[in-house]
Design a binder for this molecule. Sequence first.
Ligand code: PLP
Length: 413
Amino acid sequence: MPNWVALNYNEPIEIVSGKGNRVVDADGKSYLDFFAGILTNMIGYDVPEVREAVERQLATGVVHTSTVYLLRGQVELAEKIARLSGIPDAKVFFTNSGTEANETALLLATYARKSDQVLAMRQSYHGRSFGAVSVTSNRAWKNNSLSPLNVHFLHGADRHLAQFKGMSDADYIAACADDLRHVLATAVSNDVAALIAEPIQGVGGFTMAPDGLFAAYKEVLDEQGILFISDEVQTGWGRTGSAFFGIQDHGVTPDMITFAKGLGNGFAVGGVVARGDLMDGPHAVGLSTFGGNPISMAAANATLDYVLDHDLQANAARTGAIIIDGLKEAAKRLSVVKDVRGKGLMFAVELESPAQAARFMEESKKAGLLAGKGGLHGTAIRMAPPLTLTVDEAVEGLGIIVGALEIIDAEAA
Ligand code: PLP
């Protein structure tokens, strides 16, 4: 068995079936899935609405995949996403993954601005292709790749430096805006194309920039016409509870939003929604053979309709608050817990060491809950259950998480 299969656990888990918000492994053990696949199964497993939509599409006999013909499913989905994005005169281009979505956004931005200079955030993760790795900021995740882009990394949610310790949010935001102005005046050699940022850093450990930071950055970007790309691969579709796309929480309208993961509820679909003037014209992206294929579109339309019809954003706010409040309460008596953070159904617990994070994964697995690891030092436990999580499941999951933390706390004492 190759190493990477067991990244999260000592022994890899083979999932063989799923129903609701639970999955079952090859040994018949059932788990509450607090990672939603990998934020992919946004509305859980074996959802009749999604299965039937895909089956209906298959039954037409048309799995005719091409961007040079009109596909009704693409048009319908694009119209919904354009409307929800809040981007004026928005247009959508579909891909098969988040990586391709970011690649497309970078292509559009660098072409539109005739510049290879891009700004990104420290501790960011944007995917595995040549361009996406360039704007990813963590040596381990970059795979020592050489960068085709000229990238400058801003602090954003990464407040690790000694000089930021104890600073108020307002002072930190002012320092970041100042730093951005300084980078633009000193570190770049021509106009900058874009800033790409995750509203909550996913692989980076669900770290969050203070409220007001993105607005402060945007003000500086606007002075020079620099585009803002919000990577919503993890934060989109109401997951944060307080906004449909994470950046909307910050009162910022980006020029482009990239998305993927949960939209197809397990079927591969991603894309970019961008200002029409960026999407049109000689630099239009135009073609992706499998992007926007009829099966993905059927799954994605059914998934998005389900999210909207059941107001799952409100459910994320409600069930997420139960868990986050409960974890914050438990953290008061558990000294191994260094931080509890998150919004809606996207929350993390920061432990002291990678060994403790590994212990948490094993203990919670034993108790029947799946989670994810991440962060700069591999000390963050990341959790992002399906948006369909029930109140009972939130309470059950909270109990398992706290139980695992208690074991680790007792061991550390
Ligand atoms: N952007 C963010 C914020 C992600 O978390 C990921 C994947 O984890 C990606 C982009 C890349 O998406 P994909 O793995 O679908 O290519």
